[in-house]
Write a protein that binds this ligand. Structure first.
Ligand code: GLP
Length: 265
């Protein structure tokens, strides 16, 4: 397993800093694989919360490699993805359903009916009920054993954007339909061929079900993330920086960073 260059132990988080993204993603993938195997060994199944974005792509590639080598099975796994644009067809290449099919679902033995992604095609009148049902499904599966998270440049987790709510109220936010923050829309412009073409709303797993995961792994790379990483780990717990709400998570929280993302810590 790749070794971090340095480890910081903070109040409720372990921060592992790697010299480069390749070794960081190898270590992150090994942690996902370990969480999967130990949940299957102890409970008979693993319930994984998964993330999209550019950061986790090499992590999924590593998991697919382990599966092809015959050392990792998803047969007893259920996955719940964090978010999905709204509205969007699952066939749209920019949908997170299609991202997950390309990077993981299409290459491993995860049962198709256990690979959950919020549905960007539900009528708007049914979106709130669909989101509430997603939370009930996670609860009925026994809650998340493990949540893989990226971090937005503005500190968002999933698509839980900065808000004026109190930290306590933000920590109770359920899965729901949200408006995307201007920074998020700017960052997604490259995928949609221009900022004006970015779908401005999304369904996101709420802060509450994320925080309830028994174990959380946050992965962030590059200098653009340094400020939100530092605010999330060292700053006050505030809904203006959703990543800082992870300081209140009752489960174990691990951060895997490269040196650039760790530079403001
Ligand atoms: C996207 C996703 C998030 C992700 C974040 C970072 O908007 N909805 O779940 O963590 O932005 O993306 P990236 O890894 O591409 O920097």
């Amino acid at each position: 397993m790749s070794a971090p260059a340095r480890v910081l132990e903070l109040a409720n988080a372990s921060v592992l800093v790697f010299p480069d993204r390749v070794s960081a993603c190898d270590a992150a993938a090994e942690r996902v694989a370990h969480a999967l195997r130990s949940a299957v060994a102890t409970r008979g199944q693993a319930i994984l919360g998964l993330a999209t974005g550019s950061t986790p792509e090499p992590i999924y590639a590593h998991l697919v490699k382990l599966h092809r080598e015959g050392t990792l099975s998803f047969a007893n796994v259920a996955t719940y993805n964090l978010d999905e644009y709204y509205p969007i067809s699952p066939l749209d290449p920019n949908s997170y359903r299609s991202y997950m099919h390309r990077h993981l679902f299409g290459a491993v033995d995860l049962p198709a009916n256990r690979a959950h992604v919020l549905d960007g095609t539900v009528p708007e009148s049914a979106a709130a009920e669909h989101a509430a049902q997603y939370d009930r499904w996670i609860a009925a599966d026994g809650g998340l054993d493990f949540q893989l998270l990226g971090l937005g440049r503005n500190g968002h987790i999933g698509f839980n954007e900065p808000t004026d709510l109190s930290a306590e109220a933000a920590m109770r936010l359920p899965t729901r339909l949200v408006d995307l923050h201007p920074t998020t829309r700017a960052d997604a412009a490259k995928d949609f061929g221009g900022e004006s073409r970015v779908i401005p709303r999304a369904l996101t797993v709420g802060v509450a079900p994320i925080l309830a995961a028994r174990s959380i792994l946050v992965v962030a790379f590059g200098p653009n993330k340094a400020e939100s990483v530092a605010q999330s780990l060292r700053g006050p717990i505030t809904a203006q920086v959703p990543g800082s709400l992870l300081q209140a998570a009752p489960g174990t929280v691990t951060w895997i960073l490269d040196e650039a993302a760790a530079q403001a810590l």
